[in-house]
Design a protein around this ligand. Structure first.
Ligand code: SAH
Length: 232
């Protein structure tokens, strides 16, 4: 899979891209992630990518030219290198469709995607109408830029690519797969002064009984904490 991220703040991705599951998946060649600095595509002699809003008001708006040229150049390069086109051109936006696990699973099956990070007040609406195929929000709150949302989405997408997590079962055991919260988890020691014992069933050595208990716990926690998931 190839993920191309367009941003005015490429430095924000540095640590994130080389650490943990995303870093490992890149090294293993499961995913190629490229960060593109939008300023490299502006034709403005002062390197600007934004301008004042028509109609007045405060804040700046990202212009069409750098974004359209950047996307066009990525499209041309992908066609030249691999003979492929992008399956999704995503814009991070608080008014987009809310990101969730099924969306992460779906996007992880695509071959090539672009994620465009907004900044300032956002992007010229004509880009959204002409070039963007998906608008995605990570929640009902406003951040200063689309970089954290792009990182959140990339992490969630990459960890469900087969092979990205060592024990391939682990991603399927996570919360929200099957619309269930994960069961409680424990590690050694089995007894810790002041914290008590781990549930005895986990020490019984019978994997079938343990899986049943985990499912029961998952159901109970979901019913209590997120009943909305069970009615979906
Ligand atoms: N004026 C815009 C908010 C701009 S915030 C509005 O009211 O909708 C600047 C940029 O941060 C946005 O263009 C978007 O790319 C990103 N952003 C902010 N909050 C976000 C969220 N919850 N989900 C995804 N992207 C977000």
């Amino acid at each position: 899979m190839q993920i191309d991220i367009i941003t005015v703040l490429p430095e924000m991705f540095e640590g994130f891209l080389s650490e943990s599951i995303v870093g490992r998946a890149r090294k293993q060649g499961l995913v190629e992630i490229n960060i593109h600095n939008l300023r490299d595509y502006t034709k403005d002699k002062h390197n600007r990518v934004d301008d004042y809003p028509f109609g007045g008001g405060s804040g700046m708006i990202m212009q069409i030219q750098p974004i359209a040229d950047c996307i066009k150049s990525l499209q041309d390069k992908l066609m030249e290198d691999k003979g492929e086109s992008y399956d999704a051109i995503i814009y991070t936006s608080p008014d987009g469709k809310q990101f969730n696990q099924p969306m992460a699973n779906e996007l992880s099956q695509l071959k090539n995607i672009i994620i465009l990070c907004g900044h300032y007040k956002g992007i010229d609406h004509r880009i959204r109408e002409k070039l963007i195929t998906h608008e995605v929000s990570i929640g009902d709150y406003v951040l200063s830029g689309g970089e954290l949302p792009a990182a959140v989405m990339t992490d969630a997408i990459v960890r469900v690519i087969p092979g990205a997590i060592g024990d391939s079962q682990a991603a399927l055991d996570d919360c929200f797969q099957d619309n269930l919260l994960a069961p409680p988890i424990y590690t050694r020691p089995a007894h810790y002064e002041g914290f008590g014992d781990v549930p005895e069933i986990l020490l019984c050595g019978d994997p079938k009984k343990i899986r049943e208990w985990e499912l029961q716990m998952a159901m109970e926690r979901t019913r209590r904490l997120r009943p909305d998931l069970l009615s979906e």
